[in-house]
Design a protein around this ligand. Structure first.
Ligand code: ARG
Ligand code: ASP
Length: 710
């Protein structure tokens, strides 16, 4: 791959001012080290990532697939966000032991709470395997065949490339299929809850303040990794011992100032920074508004119930937060894309790209790209919209339908794989559903259903919908299903799923709820899914070619980073305020004074625990203050996205100074268009974390475990 070499050359050259990017840790030396040092970094690239000696990467595991965490003691103490540990904190909570409301602190290791199913994953090694993955694909002309060959190469390489017995190989694509990288990983499966502040600290400001600066949230929780006697991964056992890490972060009490170097190390999930303008246009004008409207309705219903009933509030807390989170993000993203004229910016970029194509005489390879994008995006539009409606209404926001869909898949297993597979899967499904129904309330779901089924039937492209849901009395339909279907309780579910396979299938097909799911699913799978996949495959191929062109033809100082793909990345920048609008200017840090300014006694988002008020009034901050004030959060120019939550914010020397958890409102469009002037990430100041652990919770033994740098 000639251009990849070119790429490395490209990045060896001095680069323009800081403007984001999520970089591959093993390639920092060539691509970024110089710039990082010019921004104030005092470490070398190999302090951050090295295969042969311990480095920062050894202290940064992915947390349960979706967040990041960091090891902060020699005994496997692990720090992540409150919202990342939220599911675990919730699952240990009951109305009597309400850890969400009151917090939880293990005062010794015996009190730490196990979490079946929770795991953290370390990266052992990163290696470019592009040539091996693409072996035998150059001669293939059909895109489908090419992808098939790539998939089979990946499967066999994953099995055959060297690794230890307890490790796993994972291969991921970078630059839209232009590069492939192997990650050797290790997953620890015994991870116990150690501490969590009350939600009035860990989730202070809740959904009102979510995605917003200035922020005053102590968004952290503590866990501990346990290993077997050989320090290797093991399932939970009372005989397991605290994990001894290869590296853990020293914690700095020195504090931060504007313009200080910062580095955020973590697992950003997904960005799409190189979409053509027409794709952005569809997101802004069609897809985001549709998804926002669905969630708008679902959230209003849940909110109504949660405010009136504390048991429902606990049951729905986690679900509500996760639905609200992206609902709000899409609103901010849409506004930001409009305000920053992202579509025009992309159009200009495209025009410029075509000029470069001409100059380089590459018309044959790249000259048609934008016409092809135009054609395929136009064609995919109604399918993409239907798909989003189906996912939001059926798979995500109405539980009767999403549970029903699992049963529908079960029936498909019966049809395609026979009785044994069916029975295995059925038992599995039943087991998993136990958890689901613990947090299910029939009345809430019924109201959500009533709202969403009507929306689906009237707003999703009509030509693909089954006639059974068109022009109906949706109130009546809802009442009928929720009074008759067995899907509305675990008991009903159990009775549906007992008996021999034939009997179960027969019972299912008599259930009113199931009947509807089946009609919806079959219509979707027949009318939408195949065509969507077909066009999407073409779009992916175009996107790969476009990316290749961008890499080849961009000016030498362009900073072309690969889109996020849930792999370990480094992003860096400075602590910095911003000016999002005329006469509006934000400072870089907040203090406990701001918590008190926002305090609304008894409010579900802005209440403050009495103990914290007392500590504030007596200024009892221990060694964690800054000139008599208690720092809470700060912002920086690090380019982050979903998945970076819980990521360590690291100073120039590799000490922990904060914990990433969010982005600012004006910059939520950074997944699609990163504007360095207004995109900022939000971090909890580590001094606030220590203050809460020590002075608020009285869990000083945890601070004593850490290595404090003064
Ligand atoms: N917005 C942050 C992130 O995307 C924090 C989310 C916490 N959830 C919430 N609904 N407040 O994950
Ligand atoms: N809050 C996000 C997370 O959970 C981070 C972000 O989107 O900025 O990963």
């Amino acid at each position: 791959m000639k251009f990849l070499k070119l790429l490395v050359l490209l990045f060896a050259l001095p680069m323009a001012a800081q403007q984001g990017g999520m970089w591959i840790p093993s390639l920092l030396k060539g691509m970024n080290e110089k710039e990082m040092k010019s921004l104030g970094m005092k470490m070398s690239a190999s302090d951050i990532y090295d295969v042969n000696k311990s480095s920062l990467k050894d202290a940064v595991p992915q947390f349960n697939g979706g967040c990041t965490s960091e090891v902060i003691s020699s005994k496997g103490l692990l720090l992540t966000n409150h919202h990342c540990g939220f599911g675990e904190i919730q699952s240990h909570s009951t109305v009597e032991h309400d850890y969400l409301t009151n917090g939880f602190w293990a005062m010794n290791q015996a009190e730490e709470l196990p979490n079946p199913g929770l795991e953290v994953t370390f990266i052992v090694k990163i290696e470019d395997v592009s040539a091996k993955v693409l072996d035998g694909t150059t001669s293939l002309t059909s895109e489908a065949e090419k992808q098939k060959k790539i998939a089979s190469n990946i499967a066999s390489l994953t099995n055959t490339l060297p690794k230890e017995a307890w490790q796993e190989n994972r291969i991921r694509t970078f630059y839209e299929g232009n590069q492939y990288i192997l990650f050797v990983i290790e997953s620890y499966k015994d991870v116990r809850l150690v501490g969590a502040p009350p939600s009035s600290i860990g989730k202070f400001g809740s959904d009102t303040d979510n995605w917003v600066w200035p922020r005053h949230t102590g968004d952290f929780s503590l866990f501990r990794i346990y290993a077997d006697k050989n320090n290797r991964p093991a399932e939970y056992s009372k005989d397991n011992v605290p994990y001894t890490p290869k590296h853990f972060f020293p914690v700095s009490l020195k504090g931060i100032e504007e313009d200080d170097f910062t580095l955020v190390f973590g697992y950003p999930g997904r960005t799409t920074e190189y979409l053509p303008s027409i794709a952005v246009e569809q997101i802004v004008n069609s897809l985001n508004p549709a998804k926002i409207e669905v969630r708008d309705r679902a959230l209003k219903v849940a909110d109504g119930f949660m405010r009136k009933d504390n048991a429902i509030k606990i049951q729905y807390a986690s679900k509500y937060a996760s639905i609200a989170n992206y609902w709000k993000k899409w609103i901010g993203e849409t506004q930001g894309l409009k305000k920053s004229n992202a579509i025009e910016v992309k159009q200009k970029f495209e025009k410029n790209f075509l000029d470069q194509v001409q100059k380089a005489h590459k018309e044959e390879e790249y000259g048609q790209l934008f016409e092809d994008f135009q054609k395929n995006y136009t064609e995919i539009a109604p399918y993409a919209l239907s798909r989003d409606y189906f996912m939001e209404v059926v798979l995500r926001n109405t539980e009767l339908l999403s549970i029903g869909y699992k049963l529908f898949q079960l029936e498909q297993v019966y049809n395609s794989k026979g009785e044994q597979s069916f029975t295995d899967r059925k038992n599995n499904t039943l087991e998993n559903l136990k958890e689901t129904y613990k947090d299910f309330n029939k009345n809430v779901d019924e109201k959500v259903f009533e709202q969403l089924i009507e929306l689906y039937a009237t707003k999703s492209p009509q030509q693909f919908l089954p006639e059974q849901i068109l022009k109906k009395d949706y109130k009546k339909m809802t009442a009928e299903i929720y009074s008759q279907s067995d899907l509305t309780s675990y008991k009903g579910m159990e009775s549906l799923l007992t008996g021999n396979p034939k009997a179960v299938i027969a019972k299912l097909n008599k259930d009113k709820g199931y009947q509807l799911v089946k009609v919806l699913a079959e219509a979707y799978l027949k009318n939408v899914n195949p065509k969507y996949d077909e066009i999407n495959l073409k779009i992916s191929a175009l996107q790969r070619t476009y990316m290749k062109g961008i890499l080849e033809l961009s000016p030498k100082d362009a900073r072309i980073f690969p889109d996020a793909n849930s792999t370990l990345r480094v992003t860096y920048g400075k602590v910095k305020g911003y000016e999002p609008a005329d006469a509006v200017s934000y400072g870089y840090g907040t203090y406990l004074d701001g918590v008190m300014e926002k305090y609304i006694p008894g409010d579900y988002e802005f209440d403050v625990p009495q103990k914290l008020i007392d500590l504030y009034n007596t200024k009892d901050y221990g060694p964690y203050d800054m000139k008599g004030k208690m720092p809470v959060c700060f912002i920086g120019t690090n380019h982050t996205t979903g998945g970076n939550s819980g990521s360590p914010a690291i100073d120039a020397k590799g000490n922990l100074i904060g914990l990433n958890f969010d982005r600012v409102w004006e910059g939520t469009m950074s997944d699609i268009y990163y504007d360095p002037a207004i995109c900022r990430n939000i971090m909890v100041d580590i001094r606030y974390v220590l203050f809460i652990i020590d002075k608020y919770a009285g869990a000083k033994h945890l601070v004593d475990e850490m290595k404090i740098v003064k």
